[in-house]
Write a protein of this length. Structure first.
Lengths: 265, 312
């Protein structure tokens, strides 16, 4: 038997090798669309940066002492990680589970719901790293990266990708219908996208908005990608990392438990 | 040792008792069938056997292991064909088998060889590179069976293997399942087709409303619950509503009638000597619109046991 790792004490066990097998299935399927996927991923940030940098940047020369393009690019790179994981663990996971019945087949093998969910979550994180790294390459080409510390950004994407995957998968586990993802995006993803310090510094916001923005997971990722790109790491960034770790670790068992409740009656 | 052993197995969903304390055993090498109307609890029983549904109470052992304690070890030795097709639509026909093999930790090279063998077995070799969505219903079902065989299971669990297939596709599926049985693979299947149960199963458990109402070989079930022959009498006019009419028939036939059933204008008389019975009915001068005499089938036994009420 493969080794098993306990989650939530003795309540649940899962086999990392089993989870890896499901991850491998996703990777196998993805391999085929990899070139197109990377091409699209390359185009998206280029368009964003051209619009933001040359459009808005024409009116705003600097923000916090940085050229506007540099300010936006070093924050925006964090969203690639968010979207990679979020799309995977919302629409993709839902379609596979409810329409394609892919999970129903897998749970008749030695794999259980636990391995499927964890494999899916790690795959979401993997996509974050792939997308985020392409995005990072683009902002390097735009000349906005100033520090070799930027090499730490892909590992950060793995961690933040896990966080966004776990959050999205938790929603997927309780989501009654695919239509409800509109709420997930409109009420969670989009506000986070706007208020995470990507387009403007959070310091200028009124008190309570600033606090709300600080609580969102994305703001901490943005804070870290910017510091790593520019080489401006300070002690306060340890708080960002701790926050991301705390959310990921505490929420990790949730999608497993909820999905189990949903699929095994 | 039995391959599956269930004792007082019960599954409850809220207030609904889907499987109501059933006990049965499946022996190595046999084909065991659950036959029953919709909602009888067949699929729920199957899901408990292949460890995706935990029993509410009772004892269920598969290959000697408790389904609650060793689901992964059990599933490693099972082949499962679920009621709905659950093929991986993102993959080709052959990839469906190869990737599935990986879930059982079968190395890539061996997975590929086994996939090719199974495609031959399922007569799907020429479709290996197609997307599964382009397969016909019968081909999808055969691919489901081929996929279930990937781990070289000791037990094959088939939930309605041929529902929705045309007669040709069904015959081919039966042929494949019989071929497997000759190689010694134990099979458990559910069906609501009598011919399928009669054609494939060594032993049958007839289920109704969560219980096993009868069990045995198809021949024994027919003999025990339907007698040898059936004489069907159609009444003139509005049917056998008038009890006097039925009594006159029974009076004329005497001890030759082992049991009888009335279904609007149809009177079924179970007997061991249909010809003698018919002669007596004619001699008794009873007015009927038509009479047929035939051998009893599993369907007679089934309908006697589960009734004719429509189930949904």
């Amino acid at each position: 038997m493969a080794p098993r790792v306990p989650i939530l004490g003795n309540l649940l066990f899962f086999s990392p090798r089993g989870a890896f097998r499901f991850w491998q299935r996703n990777a196998y399927i993805f391999r085929r669309i990899f070139p197109e996927s990377v091409a699209v991923n390359f185009m998206e940030p280029v368009i964003y940066l051209m619009a933001m940098g040359f459009g808005i940047g024409a009116y705003l020369s600097t923000i916090g002492g940085l050229p506007y393009l540099t300010f936006v690019a070093t924050g925006l790179v964090a969203t690639a990680a968010m979207f990679g994981a979020t799309y995977e663990c919302t629409y993709n996971a839902y379609v596979q589970m409810y329409y394609e019945k892919a999970y129903d087949a897998v749970i008749t093998t030695p794999l259980g719901v636990e391995e499927v969910v964890i494999g899916e979550v790690w795959w979401g994180a993997t996509r974050s790293v792939l997308y985020g790294t392409v995005f990072l390459a683009v902002i390097v080409l735009f000349g906005t990266v100033r520090s070799p510390l930027a090499l730490l950004i892909p590992p950060l994407f793995l961690l933040s990708g896990l966080m966004f995957s776990v959050i999205a998968m938790t929603f997927t586990a309780v989501n009654p219908s695919i239509d409800y993802y509109t709420f997930y995006f409109a009420l969670f993803v989009t506000p986070m996208f706007m208020f995470s310090g990507i387009f403007f510094p959070l310091d200028a916001l009124p008190g309570w908005v600033k606090t709300a923005a600080w609580v969102t997971p994305l703001s901490h990722v943005v804070s870290l990608t910017r510091a790593l790109s520019l080489g401006t790491l300070e002690p306060r960034h340890a708080t960002d990392l701790a926050w991301i770790l705390a959310v990921t670790v505490t929420m990790f068992p949730l999608p497993v438990v909820l999905m189990r409740r949903r699929l095994v009656k | 040792m039995s391959i599956v052993n269930a004792r007082a197995l019960l599954k409850r969903y809220g207030n609904l008792v889907a499987v109501d304390g059933i006990s049965f055993e499946v022996h190595p090498g046999e084909c065991f069938g659950f036959l029953g109307p919709n909602g009888a609890g067949k699929t729920t029983t199957m899901k408990m056997i292949y460890c995706v549904l935990p029993p509410t109470s009772g004892d269920l052992r598969v290959m000697g292991m408790d389904v609650r304690e060793h689901p992964r070890a059990i599933k490693a030795r099972l082949g499962v064909v679920t009621q709905e097709n659950t093929l991986d639509t993102a993959l080709t026909v052959r990839e469906n088998l190869v990737i599935f093999a990986r879930y059982f930790d079968i190395p890539w090279a061996l997975a590929g060889r086994r996939a090719d063998e199974l495609l031959d077995f399922a007569s799907l070799a020429d479709r290996a590179k197609d997307k599964v969505e382009y397969l016909s219903g019968g081909m999808k079902r055969r691919l489901m069976v081929a996929r279930a065989l990937v781990p070289q299971p000791d037990l094959l669990v088939l939930d309605e293997p041929t529902t929705g297939l045309d007669p040709q596709a069904r015959q081919l599926a039966w042929e494949k399942l019989r071929q497997l049985k000759r190689t010694g693979v134990t099979q458990i299947l559910t069906t609501h087709y009598m011919e399928e149960a009669a054609a494939l199963c060594d032993r049958i458990a007839i289920m109704d409303q969560g219980r096993i109402v009868a069990g045995g070989s198809p021949a024994d079930l027919v003999a025990a619950h339907a007698g040898r022959e059936v004489v069907e009498l159609r009444s003139v006019g509005d049917g056998w509503g008038d009890p006097g009419a039925v009594d006159r028939v029974l009076g004329a036939a005497g001890h030759l009638v082992e049991m009888h059933e009335v279904h609007s204008d149809l009177l079924l008389l179970h007997t061991s000597d249909g010809e003698a019975l018919l002669r007596r009915v004619r001699e008794g001068g009873i007015e009927i619109s038509s009479a047929t005499q035939r051998r009893t089938t599993l369907e007679d036994a089934f309908l006697r046991l589960t009734g004719r009420r429509l189930r949904d």
